[in-house]
Ligand binder design. Structure first.
Ligand code: BDR
Ligand code: CA
Length: 313
């Protein structure tokens, strides 16, 4: 089994990713760490605990940062995920409470306890990872891989023409993550915009796994309505859950290798700039940068089948 920590801002598609991960015997989820993003961090934490209770798993939830590391906070996108982050379905509060450690402390503790074995799956703004790197830069060598949903290398952004939501929510932390000496795999809009999850899949999951499938179906209606109003789509993009599919079976994706840097201010704030391996520029911003794996293509049918099969079991 592969040990993972999921850093998250649940969030409807975060909920899909987390319940998907809990259903995979190939994965051992060491903990969920929370951040602001889709909702304020206190709601993320509450929602993450709710998801462990829906899945019936005993997984710690450590609360993380409430605001970006440098820039001013952005408004919460309640028109995408609802005020409660679950599509305003009025789900009852969970019974459990958060872990004593902060998200960054929890990440550091677990990575040091399992050197070389932990994959961090990041589904929200990257402040907790940035903070963990600040507090304990040595963890970069000890992490197996960072698989993050965020950014757009060749595709347009979803918050500005160049910026994706998770990255623009803390561009400084994101640049820190992309330039640290660990293996990062970026799953951005280049691939998540290739896949549309429709109600047909969610209805089949609900029929086979009513508790989790019913919950996901109920939350997803608000999200799917947003995509229908905004983009005339019949379903929603498959953002956060793509990371779990990648961890289970990377052969579903095609990657390109290169450096990624993040524009931290101005009109391009939040843009993930991709410099392919082998191309060199005189600008020092690109010297000695780690090689990121950037997902550019995905087999959407295989990915949706994996999601459906795991959640239906
Ligand atoms: C990302 O932003 C959030 O709204 C989603 O949960 C996802 O992590 C997509 O841009
Ligand atoms: Ca998210």
């Amino acid at each position: 089994t592969r040990k993972i920590i999921i850093d998250t801002d649940p969030g409807i598609d975060d909920a899909m990713a987390i319940l998907f991960a809990f259903q995979c015997s190939e994965l051992e989820v060491l903990g969920l760490t929370t951040t602001y993003g889709n909702v304020p961090v206190e709601i993320s934490t509450k929602n993450a605990i709710t998801l462990t209770e829906i899945a019936g798993v005993n997984v710690p939830v450590a609360q993380g940062v409430a605001v970006p590391s440098v820039i001013a906070p952005r408004p919460f996108p309640d028109f995408v995920h609802g005020k409660d982050g679950f599509g305003d379905i009025n789900y009852p509060d969970p019974k459990g409470s958060a872990h004593a450690l902060s998200a960054a402390e929890f990440i550091i503790e677990q990575v040091k306890a399992h050197p070389g074995e932990v994959t961090i799956v990041a589904l929200g703004p990257l402040g907790n990872l940035g903070k963990a790197l600040e507090l304990a830069p040595e963890i970069a060598d000890l992490v197996d891989e960072v698989v993050l949903m965020g950014g757009a290398a060749k595709e347009y952004g979803n918050v500005s023409p160049v910026a994706e939501a998770n990255i623009i929510n803390d561009p400084h932390a994101a640049d820190k993550v992309f330039t640290a000496p660990w293996q990062v795999t970026m799953i951005g809009l280049d691939v998540t915009h290739q896949v549309c999850l429709g109600n047909d899949v969610l209805e089949r999951i609900r029929a086979k796994n009513p508790s989790q499938g019913g919950f996901l179906y109920d939350c997803a209606q608000f999200y799917i309505n947003f995509y229908s109003d905004r983009f005339n789509m019949d379903g929603c993009y498959f953002h956060d859950a793509s990371t779990i599919a990648y961890v289970l079976d990377p052969s579903i994706f095609e990657v390109e290798l290169g450096a990624v840097r993040v524009a931290c201010e101005g009109i391009a704030m939040g843009q993930t700039i991709f410099r392919p391996e082998g191309v060199s520029y005189p600008e020092p911003h690109w010297d000695n940068m780690p090689v990121t794996q950037v997902c550019m293509e995905v087999d959407g049918e295989r990915m949706l089948k994996l999601f459906e099969d795991k959640l239906s079991a």
